[in-house]
Ligand binder design. Structure first.
Ligand code: IMP
Length: 176
């Protein structure tokens, strides 16, 4: 099977992740605890790389939501599949997303996590499709802005394929 064409190279991703980690470490330098909450499944590689480059005390949690079926067409409401395990009350939370598309997932997550009573919530995404935004959601850290296209690799999939590509590539969804 042919590989998807490269949109963002492995070297460019690694450089940007290092920059984001530096910025986040600077912003949280006076905090003694930051909880990174990775949104499964797509953020697992980004979270692994980002978290290892931070120079501040941090702990890792995961949350799982589902908003798409097995392809690229949104199935409707965001559904919580797995909540965080640890207690985040009174703690500084950084949500780590792979990609913000319409913004519904991140907006839902912020509302849901806010009900757990954290000290603060910030958001970080590797990729942002600004032109697809349907809800206004605050994103504090963005890796790369991209256009209206379907991307795979570095944790992102199309119908569960290509998650482990080391770069971000684009594919032509057959269901759009
Ligand atoms: P949103 O709720 O529309 O912002 O969608 C966010 C979720 O949709 C992400 O966490 C991904 O799981 C998925 N998603 C959106 N666009 C893409 C893409 O281009 N490739 C892979 N997954 C995507």
């Amino acid at each position: 099977m042919s590989q998807p064409p490269v949109l963002i190279s492995e070297a460019d991703i690694q450089k940007r992740v290092a920059e984001l980690a530096e910025e986040i470490s600077r912003d949280y330098q006076d905090k003694d605890d930051v909880v990174l909450i990775g949104v499964l499944k797509g953020s697992f590689i980004f979270l692994a790389d980002l978290s290892r480059r931070l120079t501040i005390p941090r702990t890792i949690e995961f949350i799982a939501v589902s908003s798409y079926g097995n392809g690229s067409v949104q199935s409707g409401a965001v559904r919580l599949v797995m909540d965080v395990r640890g207690n985040i009350e009174g703690r500084h939370v950084l949500i780590v997303e792979d990609i913000v598309d319409t913004g519904h997932t991140l907006s839902y997550l912020i509302g849901m996590l806010r009900s757990h009573g954290p000290a603060s919530i910030r958001t970080c995404t590797l990729l942002h499709k600004a032109e697809r935004a349907e809800v206004d959601v605050k994103i504090d850290y963005v890796g790369f802005g991209i256009g209206d296209e379907w991307v795979v690799g570095y944790g992102l999939d199309y119908a569960e394929q290509n998650r482990t590509l080391p770069y971000i590539g684009n594919v032509e969804p057959t269901d759009r």
